[in-house]
Design a protein around this ligand. Structure first.
Ligand code: UGA
Length: 492
């Protein structure tokens, strides 16, 4: 399972007494980052106002109802809304009027060429700037969205100065303040950031940001805006590289009859390396790593800088779904006409988010080999189906078979492939797996207990483990020598 920070046993209550001694916080964009940021500041005792361009989202958050699924978020959001520590403005002027620090938390998607699309940042900053033109008192714009190095001092400064008619100086501050929140542990990460990185070019904004973060139990690092932006990309590129390295080692473990978890655990005991983000799996998914790596490569390329390590992290990741399909072939032989249950569609457990989930390319690889694919996820089946690209969407009910329960998905299938380490799969008893028609389970996360499969009379195969010995009747490679059998039929 992916190591992740656990929720604190006690979520800090909203502070008693008058709030607002520190700077007031405004949050533009109520997605994952904006909500987590707002809720964390509010829980640490700061007065927070949120705003989103979508009216329905504003209403939902104003009711204390989280628009995203994230463990612990609902409860904490309800609490800070009830305590009136977090309110929602119905227009930008209201937000600006009630805030000192204006955090920009809008999406920065990939443009078709992989570079970062800064349209939403530009729009949000432009909207704030128009109001700032007439707003009294000191205010600062703080860029929390992930933006390539140079954006805050470049595009953001330019739009802000142009549209507000004010210079950055005594009455207007500007800063970059990247976030390091991971989905599934959003609340814990927001309340207890490993570090607060602030990039300011003026002293007053630095002081105000430090004051806003006073209640947080985190070290504060002060850098230039561009260096702060780079910390975010360097962190994600490094984390992604570690995962790709683990996946590369997983293939070698399969070929050498060793177990990648045992190997990487021992590797991670070196204090210079540390144990986290060394879990092999189906490859990294989610809205950040792939997007940020591509944006980093594009931004570096535009400056004539090559980043071969970051590029390799992406290449290894793109291969991994093919490798998963090849492991499925190792178990079933030709996949044409076979029915495979793909279990878990979220990009990782404890989130309903399917963005860049490895379930998409795995599904495509299985379909390309002629399999029919049953889909199951305890939380994100509908989101996954809705976001299937049109050519695949048209194949729903023919080769793509949505299943509402785990039993329905598994019963009579030729193989089950675990893509997300949901607890429901980890806890499933032997009876579920016994209902498979085929030889067993391919666990890309190594989250199941092999003994559960043994009790069901099925084989357990996994990414990063020696291939299992198959019962002769089910072995697509029966007839090959045992030496051949240990050699996975994989081309990488
Ligand atoms: C990631 C970073 O961890 C956050 O620090 C960062 O703030 C965030 O991106 C962002 O830029 O906004 P996130 O994508 O939510 O967070 O989730 P991760 O826990 O990092 O997982 C990303 C992917 O890597 C998942 O598919 C996960 O299953 C996979 N993973 C993670 C592995 O395959 N092995 C591991 O050891 C760890």
């Amino acid at each position: 399972m992916t190591p992740r920070a656990s929720l604190p046993s006690r979520i800090p209550p909203a502070r008693r007494g008058p709030v607002g001694r520190g700077p007031r916080v405004g949050v533009v964009g109520l997605g994952y980052v904006g909500i987590a940021t707002g809720v964390a500041f509010a829980a640490h005792g700061t007065r927070v106002v949120g705003y989103d361009v979508q009216g329905a989202r504003r209403d939902q958050v104003a009711r204390g109802d989280s628009p995203i699924y994230e463990p612990g978020l609902d409860r904490l959001l309800r609490r800070v809304v009830r305590a009136k520590r977090l309110t929602v403005a119905s227009h930008v002027a209201e937000l600006v009027g009630e805030s000192d620090l204006l955090f920009v938390c809008v999406p920065t998607p990939s443009a078709p060429d992989g570079s970062v699309d800064l349209r939403f940042v530009e729009e949000a900053v432009g909207d704030l700037a128009l109001v700032l033109r007439k707003a009294p008192g000191w205010k600062a714009v703080v860029v929390k969205s992930t933006v390539v190095p140079g954006t805050t001092e470049g595009l953001v400064r330019e739009v802000l100065v142009r549209e507000s008619g004010r210079e950055i100086g005594p009455r207007l501050g500007l800063a970059a303040n990247p976030e390091f929140l991971a989905e599934g542990s959003l609340v814990a990460d927001a309340l207890h950031p490993s570090r607060v990185v602030i990039g300011c070019s003026d002293r007053r904004t630095a002081r105000m940001l430090r004051a806003a973060y006073r209640g947080f139990p985190s070290p504060v690092v002060e850098l230039s805006p561009t260096a702060a932006e780079l910390v975010k990309y360097a962190s994600n590129a490094f984390l992604a590289s570690r995962i790709s390295f683990a996946n590369e080692m997983a293939a070698l473990c399969e070929a050498t009859g060793t177990d990648v978890d045992a190997v990487m655990q021992a590797v991670g005991m070196d204090p210079r390396l540390g144990p986290r983000f060394l879990r092999a799996g189906p490859g990294f998914g989610g809205s950040c790593f792939t997007k940020d790596l591509r944006a980093l490569l594009a931004a570096a390329g535009a400056r004539g800088v090559e980043l071969p390590l970051s590029e390799a992290a992406l290449t290894v990741n793109e291969r991994q779904p093919r490798h998963v399909a090849e492991l499925a072939e190792r178990l079933l032989g030709d996949l044409a006409g076979k029915e495979v249950a793909l279990l878990g569609l979220s990009f990782k457990a404890d989130t309903g988010d399917v963005r860049e989930s490895r379930a998409y390319p795995i599904l495509e690889e299985l379909l390309r080999r002629g399999a029919r694919v049953r889909l199951h996820d305890p939380r994100s089946l509908d989101a996954f189906l809705e976001s299937l690209p049109p050519p695949l969407h048209g194949r729903i009910s023919r080769e793509i078979l949505p299943m509402r329960t785990l039993r329905e998905a598994v019963e009579g299938a030729d193989l089950a492939v675990i893509q997300t380490d949901w607890k429901e799969y980890v806890r499933a008893g032997p009876a579920i797996w016994r209902s498979l028609r085929g030889p067993g389970v391919l666990d890309t996360r190594r989250c199941l207990y092999p003994r559960t499969l043994r009790a069901a009379g099925k084989v357990y195969a996994a990414v990063g483990r020696p291939p299992p010995a198959l019962p002769a009747a089910e072995d697509p490679e029966a007839g090959r020598s045992p030496g051949d059998l240990r050699k996975p039929a994989i081309s990488r």
